[in-house]
Design a binder for this molecule. Structure first.
Ligand code: FE2
Ligand code: FE2
Length: 319
């Protein structure tokens, strides 16, 4: 499926094509008044990642089939910031707003048991959403924040989190069914309110469903990719740690190496360096252990490469 919106498109044209994108702009902190600017220009002047904005805009317009293209391209940080702002919007605006409409529509001043149950049902739904978003705000997002800083918590996996969306919309569906099937308004004038609030409840359901789907099809796979990258870096680091670094030779040991590669015996080395033969033997053992080199030929190569002796010194002794 070809991607519909691009960075070179005018922001106004994109919104004109699908006004739901206004909501994305709002959640990403993009202000209105952008005139004839392109998506790229509007995003750049507000320090918003344009690819992440386009991923959300194209997902809104074209559905989840388009999302695969963006998994390795979005900014996980920008996406997480967007999701956090969505949670804030749900709890501080959308859920209380629908509750107010619901109270107005079903006229709770009347002693209507069904009306009371509808509000109770709605509040239970709100509590379930709060519980879910709290889990994301306090567990999931801090975990992803750690990943973005290159740290990996082995006790947590982002895939564990996808299961938490199961059954999220069930309560809202039941609420809609109760209102549609069983609520009868004692006042005919309230019918308009009831239809209006039902419409809002349907929209609320669609918004929440799209939010959960976006987390499942884009956020989670993008974070899984990040988990893999961090795991590769961790593995490389541990492999590097496992390779023992060659210990440095002391100045005295370097003198020993110099003598050894020149073909001197232990006794000759002891005489030359004014030390005992036993000390020469101890030094030789330490050199072999430190370098993991056990032959004179190997020591010769080491000495040349590390400029302890020159090639000419060796030639003189072998000629
Ligand atoms: Fe969420
Ligand atoms: Fe969620």
């Amino acid at each position: 499926m070809p991607i519909l919106y691009h960075t070179t498109d005018k922001m106004y044209d994109v919104i004109q094509d699908d006004n739901r994108i206004l909501q994305i702009m709002s959640r990403m902190g993009l202000p209105l008044g952008f005139g004839e600017k392109t998506v790229q220009e509007v995003c750049a002047s507000n320090k918003v990642d344009p690819v992440t904005f386009l991923a959300l805009a194209n997902y809104t317009k074209q559905g989840k089939d388009i999302v695969g293209y963006y998994i390795d391209k979005v900014s996980v940080e920008a996406l997480m910031d967007y999701l956090i702002r969505c949670h804030h919007y749900f709890h501080n605006f959308l859920l209380p707003y629908v509750r107010r409409l619901l109270i107005e529509a079903i006229n709770c001043s009347e002693t209507n048991k069904v009306a009371f149950l509808i509000i109770k049902f709605y509040d239970e739904y709100t509590d379930a959403v709060k519980h879910h978003t709290k889990l994301e705000n306090t567990k999931v997002f801090p975990y992803v924040g750690q990943l973005l800083n290159g740290q990996h918590n082995p006790l947590f996996r982002i895939s564990d989190f996808t299961k938490s969306h199961e059954g999220m919309d069930q309560k809202l569906t039941e609420l809609r069914n109760i209102v549609i099937k069983y609520y009868t308004s004692p006042e005919p004038t309230h019918q308009e309110h009831i239809y209006s609030v039902l419409e809002q409840i349907f929209r609320l359901g669609d918004t929440m469903k799209a939010h959960c789907e976006l987390e499942d099809v884009l956020f989670v796979p993008a974070v899984q990719l990040l988990e893999k990258k961090i795991a590769v870096i961790d593995n490389n680091a541990s492999v590097k740690k496992k390779v023992p670094e060659a210990e440095e030779l002391s100045d005295r040991e370097k003198e020993l190496v110099c003598c050894i590669v020149q073909g001197l015996t232990n006794k000759e080395i002891a005489g030359k360096l004014y030390i005992s033969v036993n000390t020469v033997i101890t030094h030789r053992k330490n050199i072999c252990r430190k370098l993991n080199i056990h032959s004179t030929a190997g020591l010769t190569i080491y000495a040349i490469v590390n400029r302890i002796v020159s090639l000419d010194d060796i030639r003189q002794n072998y000629i």
